[in-house]
Design a protein around this ligand. Structure first.
Ligand SMILES: Cc1cc2nc3c(=O)[nH]c(=O)nc-3n(C[C@H](O)[C@H](O)[C@H](O)COP(=O)(O)O)c2cc1C
Length: 167
């Protein structure tokens, strides 16, 4: 089963998170996971995928304009309806707005008819309510993407396990 991770990334943080998610997905048997920068995705792979996790950096507490434009075109193009959907984000401030971005992506996925999944509180530690967030060290010395690696990997594994159960 194919699973896609689709992200916008300008300086590499969200790309890194996407790769960690795909690595976690790949821990589940019979799952082939690939991560793509939006605009460079393998169209056949995304169309065939049974699930898609979409991620974005936070820009002024919103998703990037590029992701917004991509989302407007992707739903029909990639037959997103009925796929399992998830979302993630990266930011530079602990309170920088990442969950607003995740919520906006999940809302878009629901509009497409995707089945959204985060694991929520059902999977124990780490509890991931809406989707995993990474805070980089641009502005907070105590922070850094590496602190969040396990959360992204575990989220990917949980997402793939749920997709396997469903499909
Ligand atoms: C135009 C712009 C606006 C940003 N706005 C926010 C913000 O509102 N909150 C925040 O925490 N970080 C903000 N950031 C920081 C990015 O979200 C953060 O560095 C992110 O990890 C970048 O992802 P990337 O490396 O994948 O491009 C902003 C960055 C840019 C360039």
């Amino acid at each position: 089963m194919k699973l896609a991770v689709l992200y916008d990334s300008k300086t590499g943080n969200t790309k890194q998170a996407a790769e960690w998610i795909a690595a976690g997905m790949g821990e589940v048997e019979n799952v082939e996971a690939r991560a793509f920068q939006i605009g460079q995705e393998d169209a056949d792979f995304v169309k065939e995928a049974r699930g898609a996790v979409i991620g974005c950096p936070v820009y002024a507490a919103l998703m990037t304009p590029d992701l917004r434009a991509w989302l407007m075109a992707a739903g029909g193009k990639y037959a997103m309806a009925g796929k399992l959907g998830g979302a993630f984000a990266t930011e530079q401030y602990t309170h920088g707005g990442a969950e607003l971005v995740i919520q906006a992506i999940l809302t878009n996925e629901l509009v497409w008819g995707m089945l959204c999944y985060s694991g929520g509180g059902s999977q124990g530690h780490p509890v991931i309510h809406l989707g995993p967030v990474g805070v980089n060290s641009n502005a907070e010395e105590h922070n850094g993407m590496a602190h969040y690696k396990e959360n992204f990997r575990i989220f990917g594994r949980r997402f793939a396990a749920k997709a396997s159960e469903l499909f």
